[in-house]
Design a protein around this ligand. Structure first.
Ligand code: GLN
Length: 535
């Protein structure tokens, strides 16, 4: 049902931040794709950063990496998981990227002496990025980060207002996500903050077509009617979104509210009836209490924000459901075990399996090496993701007696660096966009654990790192009890290692979590969970 012209759905948020705009946008994408439309999504972030590459993951959450190597906001992870399509760099736009280009153009004389202004130049440049990202799709969903009325996001709001004028209001639609607070004294959800937020949006020239109302409790039809009356948005275009038992339920809730039909109709799409049975089964699996619960010891650095490891957690959970198991993920603070002599084994002993995720900087590295040493000697299932591979190689070397084995990150001048930087990387530790990023090919060795879990030999996975295995030590791996079971065919860099004579010890230089889907868990996570269940 190819449509020639791209139509737009703009998603803004009001009242509070953290309402789940990303999940709302992703869910709308899910429902429109299920209606046969070609859907893309894009996140516009008001930060002045150029991308998310050097943002602190503790505050900002995970840095999601696209196949073409963009370091982006974690909402792109939701987009990929909810619509099961791979995003590209075009789907992530931070203010810094637009401003940088605008200033470069000004320096290059492209404005021919004109004053360069927020309107129309900055807002025009934002529209160009949005239009470009939407090309070739039936519908392009654009989420504006932040809360309406923030000083920071004004140019994005103005840009989508102007774009609505340009495309014609039948070709675009504005969804505003608001919050309905619950007042226990009167036992009701209040609509006033949402009314004010709609007024604020109107004040900026945008009339919302659809309201999505987040709340802690479920809301009654009378609340929706009241909000409709005061906001001017028709009742059938308002969806209630109370807290859900799983984020994956949101598309089903929006479907029940009829929102996707409202959107399709307003945009003039002649769509088929959606088949949401596969998604329903994802939600059923995600919300079932299984008799078996697996305990995962997650040896990590950032301990206070689950968003930091969003894709890893989602990948672990998806693999667990698909194998009919629940999991609990306990965070173990690696840095607590950095000091010589501190024993991480005493803690890890009670877990079914150990995961060491990606990370940067020195803190916690020794603790993670000890976790991998423990997994190797005690035959404990281990899954290493990027840094988790690097620490595993050091662990194996140290276990075998090379006690000085180390990584560039901990001891740049070390004598036995089993993990090194690639040429020209050493001096770039805090600079943006300078890592090995995005998709690279990997060829797995036949008959290995990696081959078994993937059930194929040629794979493509996403990367984000500076360190690599030092191939001078490859000849020693066997005596260390590990083997390199996957290589990049062009550079011969090690992509995967695994334990020899170990029930399940598998680690990758790439980040498999980015390609996991709620409906299709990633082979490495799936293999890990199956290994835990087999024990
Ligand atoms: N800090 C390590 C490197 O740069 C690992 C990176 C990661 O885990 N993503 O190579």
């Amino acid at each position: 049902m190819a449509q020639s012209m791209t139509k737009y759905v703009f998603v803004t948020g009001g009242v509070l931040s953290g309402l789940g705009k990303g999940i709302t946008a992703a869910s709308i994408g899910n429902l429109l794709k299920a209606r046969g439309l070609r859907v893309n999504l894009q996140k516009c972030d008001p930060y002045l950063n150029v991308d998310a590459g050097i943002l602190n993951p503790r505050e900002h959450g995970e840095c999601f990496v696209t196949k073409d190597g963009a370091e982006t906001d974690l909402d792109l992870g939701h987009y990929e998981r909810f619509i099961d399509e791979e995003m590209t760099a075009a789907s992530s736009l931070m203010s810094g990227r637009v401003l940088k280009k605008l200033i470069e153009d000004e320096r290059a004389g492209k404005f021919e002496g004109d004053d360069v202004q927020i309107i129309p130049h900055l807002t025009g440049a934002i529209q160009d990025w949005i239009i470009k990202a939407g090309e070739g799709f039936d519908v392009h969903i654009v989420e504006i980060g932040g809360t309406v009325g923030d000083y920071e996001s004004l140019s994005f709001i103005e840009a989508i207002r102007e774009l609505g004028l340009k495309t014609g209001l039948n070709n675009c639609l504005y969804v505003h996500v608001v919050y309905l607070p619950y007042l226990s004294a009167s036992n009701e959800l209040k609509t006033k903050p949402a009314q004010n937020s709609v007024r604020e949006l109107r004040g900026l020239g945008i009339t919302p077509d659809v309201l999505v109302c987040r709340s802690e409790q479920s809301s009654s039809q009378s609340v929706i009617k009241k909000l409709s009356l005061f906001s001017g948005v028709p009742v059938d275009s308002i969806a209630a979104l109370p807290n859900a038992d799983s984020i994956y339920r949101v598309p089903l809730t929006l479907e029940k509210a009829g929102i996707a039909d409202v959107i399709a109709l307003k945009l003039g799409f002649n769509v088929k009836k959606p088949d949401l049975s596969e998604w329903q089964s994802v939600v059923d699996k995600a919300t079932t209490a299984y008799p078996k619960t697996l305990k995962i010891g997650f040896v990590a650095k950032y301990m206070d924000n689950t968003d930091t490891y969003m894709s890893v957690f989602e990948a672990l959970k998806a693999a667990a459901w698909h194998n009919s198991a629940n999991i609990t993920i306990d965070w173990i603070n690696a840095a607590k075990y950095d000091a010589p002599g501190s024993d991480i084994g005493a803690v890890l002993k009670s877990y079914d399996g150990i995961v060491v995720p990606g990370g940067f900087g020195q803190r916690g590295l020794e603790g993670k090496i000890k976790a991998a040493q423990y997994a190797l000697t005690q035959q404990k299932p281990y899954l290493g993701l990027c840094l988790g591979l690097q620490m595993a190689v050091i662990a194996a070397a140290r276990n075998a007696g090379l006690t000085e084995a180390n990584t560039f990150e901990l001891d740049p001048d070390g004598q036995n660096l089993v993990i090194i930087t690639m040429d020209g990387q050493a001096d770039k530790l805090m600079t943006g966009g300078t890592m090995r990023l995005g998709n690279y090919n990997c060829r797995l060795e036949e008959g290995t654990l990696a081959h078994k879990v993937y059930n194929q030999l040629d794979i493509v996975e996403r990367h984000r790192h500076r360190g690599e295995c030092n191939n001078n030590y490859l000849k020693d791996y066997q005596t260390w009890g590990i083997k390199a079971s996957g290589f990049n065919p062009d550079s011969n860099l090690v992509e995967v290692i695994e334990g020899i004579n170990h029930p399940f010890f598998l680690a990758s230089q790439y980040h498999p979590e980015f390609k996991s889907r709620p409906n299709r868990p990633h082979p490495m996570f799936n293999g890990f969970i199956q290994a835990l269940l087999e024990r």
